[in-house]
Design a binder for this molecule. Structure first.
Ligand SMILES: Nc1ncnc2c1ncn2[C@@H]1O[C@H](COP(=O)(O)OP(=O)(O)OP(=O)(O)O)[C@@H](O)[C@H]1O
Ligand SMILES: [Mg+2]
Length: 271
């Protein structure tokens, strides 16, 4: 499958974490990790279970405040900002385990994702109901557009309850909801988990299409599925026991003994 990569290696840095460290009691889950992603770049993160991948995303999105280190978006420090302010600033994410509102429709799940970008609060809805209705209509139209751009099939299912979707479509819906915040960077935590090879290939194609339509959008994707890691990222970072042990092209990191051992079922040649 050919991809039209528009990312340029000297594009400006969008998101940057410097010397990030996260300690839980006696356990150092992330230790002194530098991470960055440039405009339009797709960064993959791989590493064995418990390596600190999700914790790193939690540090970048303000769910955890780092024990040490700082996060910068477009060169501005995000230190001390709560998660919702960081979302507003332009960092969106999906979670390793699904966090959809199962009892709401597919469309409403996307509309909820837009709340960081809509101006209408409860007070305005009471004082200016006409304006509130117009804004809701605009949100619904935009949500339909987004769903269609992520997956026409999901758009067809927009009035179904999110809980009725198969696993692969739930994952797609979470991506659509993340995009609804109009982010600069999207962080995906194991987007292909629970998918078979066919669904994973479809997901790869969906993300490639999104990249084509939004060339300035950056992605950080945690993945265990080597099909996806080989296909999408411009660069792959390897975490092991909380430390960064590699950060390079997939072709390079896949040769690392630790990566071969963890992902390709080969024993490392040294301990
Ligand atoms: N809130 C927490 N409190 C205590 N320990 C935690 C917490 N969150 C994560 N950890 C620990 O930190 C380490 C890293 O966990 P993390 O979830 O970041 O790993 P991961 O690389 O995402 O693993 P997986 O591939 O299984 O998702 C693990 O040892 C985990 O048990
Ligand atoms: Mg994880």
């Amino acid at each position: 499958m050919s991809t039209e990569k528009t990312f340029s290696a000297d594009a400006p840095l969008v998101l940057e974490g410097r010397s990030l460290t996260m300690q839980f009691g006696g356990l150092v889950a992330v230790e002194d990790v530098d991470i960055c992603v440039r405009r339009g770049e797709v960064l993959g993160i791989i590493g064995p279970n418990g390596a600190g991948k999700s914790t790193l995303l939690n540090l970048l999105t303000g769910i955890y405040q780092p024990t040490r280190g700082e996060v910068y978006l477009d060169g501005r420090s995000l230190a001390g900002l709560p998660a919702h302010k960081i979302a507003e600033a332009g960092i969106a994410r999906t979670f390793q385990t699904s966090r959809l509102f199962g009892s709401l429709s597919v469309l409403d799940n996307v509309i909820i994702g837009m709340h960081t970008r809509t101006r209408c609060g409860v007070l305005m809805a009471m004082l200016l109901p006409g304006r509130a209705k117009a804004e809701m209509r605009r949100s619904a139209d935009r949500a339909c557009e987004l769903l269609n751009s992520v997956s026409p099939d999901l758009y067809e299912r927009r009035n179904q309850l999110a809980s009725s979707l198969p696993q692969a479509d739930r994952r797609r819906l979470e991506i659509a909801r993340a995009l609804a915040t109009e982010p600069k960077v999207v962080l995906l935590d194991e987007p292909s988990s629970g998918m078979d090879d066919r669904d994973t290939d479809a997901l790869i194609a969906d993300i490639e299409k999104l990249q084509g339509a939004n060339p300035d959008l950056s992605f950080i994707i945690i993945e265990h599925d080597m099909r996806l890691v080989a296909a999408l990222p411009d660069r792959v970072m390897v975490l092991d026991y909380g430390r960064k042990i590699g950060d390079d092209l997939f072709e390079v990191v896949r040769q690392m003994p630790r990566v071969q051992e963890a992902y390709l079922g080969k024993k490392a040649s040294h301990a």
